[in-house]
Design a protein around this ligand. Structure first.
Ligand SMILES: [Zn+2]
Length: 491
């Protein structure tokens, strides 16, 4: 028998990795994944959002343009939206008419500020009048949000909004080294669990290479299964609600054998604290990027690798920060964030008060990108709700639940003990009849029979000391410890 020398570190069998998968199997899987990303994903996306790749090319072409060029383009887009609104949107036609605002006379930010702020209450009350009468009405899709503060709103977005949003998302992710269609692990709320998803939803997840852990139904076993699957699948990108990422990171810390090594982590939908960032950087051993968006207007701002603040998506959004009287605040001073969406013509959001507080950085970023920097955003934060059966439910679950109860203008879920939950709701003006029993039953179904759940109609819900509404509050401690990130061992 010939004794053929083997290369160092090799044996006759396929090389094994620490978690038991051969390198050959891994590289085959990587090749298949790359083929899917390069060949199948673009074809699929061109059917779903035909113009998104074109918008992405446009954004990349402007990535290092002069700030003045970006401002000029932004102003042109703003003017186009205002012209559309004043002709085709009854709410704005009346609003501009009664205040004698002529769009052609709006030439400065000061002129623009004469347009009244669109509050969530106004959106709730005038949603029909905010719809454009003509234009691309066929492509508009209904959407809903609990807002930042437990105040449900319903609205419409058109094809242009969705396609530009897709391009904007790919654009900022490219700053982090993430390419469109890259393997993505997501910890996100799903109204329906995997077995109940339609074949179209499942096919989309396969082609887009997304694996999701449902943040509305977390259990220890589900996190374990998800983490084990990711060990093999090796996501390049991890995204989720800040609080859900934190929970997952704490779980991973308690399981030293589970290591997930993406290129980047995106935290979104909630405030990302310095502690959470530090924890995520430690556990995933990669940069963590903060992303600011909402369901009403997504892709508002995102961090670049310099981490000096969040670059505003200036070509799709126009952001103002104002004080209580509506006057612009200088850099460094926190104020109310107003958003104008330059891409949604079906239901224009102009000077929409998103009920988040933020401030301008007031300086340019060393990365050289021309998009202005938000220093910080104090948006929503929510607590998880735990059940005696071991389920952990992300607070966003309740905002989804209230989409089915449009009579509710504001809500708050308060878990005082594992088996004690109180839900307060404020009804819209004029609502005389509300199906309290149905709401109680719906909440009972998810929390289980051991939980004593009280639902009450109240006049108002008190704000926190910071002036924000928290829509879920829990006094129950969550599993997997709460060590400070600075005390954690590096995984
Ligand atoms: Zn930058």
């Amino acid at each position: 028998m010939n004794n053929i020398p083997m290369p160092p570190g090799s044996s006759g069998a396929a090389r094994q990795t620490p978690n038991g998968f051969s390198e050959d199997a891994r590289s085959l899987r990587s090749m298949a994944s790359e083929l899917l990303r390069r060949a199948v994903f673009p074809v699929y996306q061109r059917r779903q959002t035909p113009s998104a790749f074109r918008y992405l090319r446009e954004l990349r072409g402007l990535e290092f343009a002069l700030p003045e060029a970006i401002q000029k383009l932004q102003w042109e887009r703003l003017t186009r939206l205002l012209r559309h609104a004043t002709v085709q949107v009854p709410y704005y036609r009346d609003c501009f008419g009664s205040r004698r605002i002529a769009v052609d006379e709006i030439r400065s930010t000061r002129d623009f500020a004469r347009i009244p702020i669109l509050s969530k209450t106004a959106l709730q009350e005038h949603s029909a009048a905010l719809l454009a009468e003509t234009g691309d009405t066929r492509s508009r899709q209904k959407n809903a949000s609990g807002g930042s503060t437990g105040k449900p709103v319903q609205f419409y977005q058109d094809r242009f909004y969705w396609e530009y949003a897709r391009a904007s998302q790919w654009f900022v992710e490219s700053w982090w080294g993430i390419r469109p269609g890259e393997r993505t692990a997501s910890i996100w709320g799903c109204d329906r669990d995997l077995p109940l998803q339609s074949w179209k939803e499942r096919l989309s997840q396969e082609i887009c290479q997304v694996r999701t852990c449902n943040a509305f139904a977390i259990t220890e076993q589900r996190l374990e299964d998800f983490a084990r699957m990711l060990m093999t699948w090796r996501p390049r990108f991890v995204t989720g609600y800040a609080s859900a990422l934190e929970l997952f990171a704490r779980f991973l810390l308690s399981r030293p054998h589970l290591r997930i090594r993406p290129l980047a982590v995106k935290s979104t939908a909630e405030v990302l604290t310095a502690e959470q960032r530090s924890l995520l950087e430690t556990v995933f051993a990669c940069p963590v990027y903060n992303f600011y968006g909402s369901r009403e207007v997504n892709n508002l701002a995102a961090e670049c690798p310099a981490h000096r603040g969040l670059h505003v998506n200036s070509l799709g959004r126009y952001i103002e920060i104002v004080d209580e009287e509506g006057a612009p605040v200088p850099p460094g001073v926190p104020g109310r964030i107003l958003v104008t969406d330059l891409t949604n013509f079906a239901m224009p959001f102009i000077r929409y008060e998103i009920e988040d507080v933020g401030s301008w950085a007031g300086e340019s970023c060393p990365c050289g990108r021309p998009f202005p920097l938000l220093a910080e955003v104090l948006g929503r934060s929510s607590d998880f709700i735990a059940t005696p059966g071991g389920k952990i439910i992300h607070g966003e679950y309740f905002t989804h639940l209230f989409y089915d109860f449009p009579q509710v203008s504001r809500f708050q879920v308060n878990q005082t003990a594992l088996r004690e939950i109180r839900v307060d709701i404020v009804l819209q003006p004029g609502v005389a009849d509300f199906p309290l029993d149905l709401l109680r039953r719906r909440i009972g179904e998810v929390l289980g029979p051991e939980v004593n759940c009280e639902v009450g109609i109240v006049e108002d819900i008190a704000r926190t000391a910071s002036g924000k509404h928290r829509f879920t509050i829990s006094s129950v401690s969550m599993p997997w410890g709460s060590q400070r990130a600075s005390q954690l061992p590096r995984k």
